[in-house]
Ligand binder design. Sequence first.
Ligand code: GTP
Ligand code: MG
Length: 196
Amino acid sequence: MSNSKVTQCPNEPLPEYAFIGRSNVGKSSLINMLTDRKSLAKTSGKPGKTQLINHFKINGNWFLVDLPGYGYAKVSKKSKKTFQKYITDYFEQRKQLICSFVLVDIRHEPQKIDMEFMEWLGENGIPFCIVFTKADKLKPAVIERNVKTYINKLLEGAWEEAPQNFITSSSKKIGREELLHYIADINTGFFTQTKG
Ligand code: GTP
Ligand code: MG
């Protein structure tokens, strides 16, 4: 299901996991990698491909949610504003949202827009993990160094404890099992609680 209003999202009380981050960071590709489908979520080499809130129901009992990216300069000011409003509405109002995954390109230095977005999630009590993307583009030693730099930057800032992080590559299927296990564990807790 795709739409641009949180009030129109599926109303089933199932746990859901949202993927957010800068345009072109690889959100839609990661959803395809996790679900082992080539084009379930639409991807593109050009930023700004995903423009709606997209719910993908998995095994009939949880959702993956693909969202538009933030920080894409070429969208008009007006549509940029609308984008951000319905993204923030989604995060603020969506009761089914269990955990968000903030994607960051492992090749880049920590970016202000991502740091600010994570702070905003923190201030609003929205749990999140960091997912480093495009790990296939770097050597293991550089990956390790960049992750350390990133975590240190968070700890120097507003964070006392670093959020959980995952290293992934959608093209090489790196990090798939870790992410799916993480989600499965939370789902198990969710359904145990609901039944109990
Ligand atoms: P928007 O919907 O525009 O916000 O972008 P997105 O974050 O959904 O990115 P998308 O999945 O469409 O991928 C953007 C580009 O990055 C595409 O050209 C992908 O092929 C490429 N890409 C995504 N993940 C990876 C990866 O793990 N490795 C490499 N090498 N390229 C990737
Ligand atoms: Mg996308």
